[in-house]
Design a protein around this ligand. Sequence first.
Ligand code: SF4
Length: 217
Amino acid sequence: MGDFSSFTREVREALGKKLCAAFLSNGYKSAVYAPFAADAAKLALDMIPAGASVGVPGTVTARQLGLIEKLEAKKCVVYHHWDPSLAAEGRPERLMSENSADWFVTSSNAITYDGKMVNIDGTGNRVAAMAWGRGSVLYVVSVNKAMPDISSALARARDVSTPANALRVGSQPPCAKIGHCVDCKSPDRLCRAVLILERAAFGRDNHVIIVGEDLGY
Ligand code: SF4
């Protein structure tokens, strides 16, 4: 009898490396596979220089990697609007600081086997920086978010990512109660801006780390 977990790791590595090749061919400056979350955190910290300013939007993945604390420990200035000490009136300025930092570190709701990214946003700050931000962009994405094509990636973003995000922020769109999207008209609807990145955006460096462990929603 073989080691089932090692078989799973092998399959995830094969998929992760295929995804990296796809992102490189789509204009990303680097795309690297990290088998474990700790490897991904180390790669991110090696990439971002000490003292850089870093914007971290609403991303569970970056927080699971402990990137905010680790970047602050290397004297980076980290802007993140989930900061519990941030007053409501300071939020707009914090969002601007996130998006205009030297680096923007985020994940993606879903990625496709041919190296595209699909993201759905409520406020629009995260997809705005993905499409156009001042600094370099680093995407850290688990292989559990890889889907065959745009259609299935959109379905993942709506049926998997959004209900979990709604519960996280204490919002009550229908998907948070029934577990899948019904294209609602709820005032709590989180899906307001959809971004499909078919290629890396022009004008700055875009990097990807694909992680073999499950991370984020
Ligand atoms: S459109 Fe509404 S029901 Fe569908 S995922 Fe978005 S918030 Fe949920």
